[in-house]
Write a new protein. Structure first.
Length: 191
């Protein structure tokens, strides 16, 4: 393996008996997806699923920290649970990514519109106080976790890697509990 003049890594494979070369070119100058699959055992969809879950974990961690400062005691308790569970899920995800030789960043290319929408909601949430904050946070958590459960179900049913499927199945009950707790809290906040 050597580096050529543009900073790319080039791997030359020699075919025995012939001087035929095959080169795999990894150009570092191109935009790298948040998870670069270097193992080739995961499908593109599985890599994107891990990328998405990592991004969601980071967003949930950030929102939980906001809620712990601005929410009522009930919202703070929910936020503490969400924070703990998403930090653990992300730690487990990073271990799985390392095992699969997949690198992670917090950037995501497939969720740009969702990122913009979520950031708009986060910015709005930060302007709220008291019961308005509690209602909005609980509603966001109920709706967001419900959507993520649907995405997990689709990824579990279409995936083929047993480690990825096992990871998704492991985190699903926590997401369901977060959705249920947030729905209950939203119902109380709206009363």
């Amino acid at each position: 393996m050597r580096r050529d003049h543009v900073g790319a890594r080039v791997l030359y494979l020699h075919t025995p008996g012939r001087m035929k070369f095959k080169a795999l070119l990894f150009v570092s100058a191109l935009a790298t997806p948040a998870f670069a699959d270097t193992n080739a055992k995961l499908s593109n969809d599985e890599v994107q699923t891990l990328q998405h879950v990592h991004h969601v974990n980071q967003m949930e961690i950030d929102l939980a920290k906001v809620a712990q400062k601005a929410g009522s005691p009930a919202v703070q308790a929910l936020a503490a649970e969400i924070l703990k569970d998403h930090q653990q899920a992300d730690k487990d995800l990073m271990a799985l990514a390392a095992k699969k030789k997949v690198t992670a960043t917090t950037e995501t290319s497939d969720d740009k519109q969702a990122d913009k929408d979520m950031q708009k909601d986060v910015d709005h949430l930060k302007t709220l106080k008291g019961k308005d904050f509690d209602k909005e946070y609980a509603s966001m958590m109920a709706e967001g976790h419900t959507k993520e459960i649907s995405k997990l179900d689709a990824a579990i049913s279409s995936g083929s890697d047993t480690d990825v499927k096992g990871f998704l199945e492991k985190i699903k009950p926590n997401l369901q509990k977060h959705a249920d707790d947030a729905k209950q809290l939203a119902g109380k906040a709206n009363s």
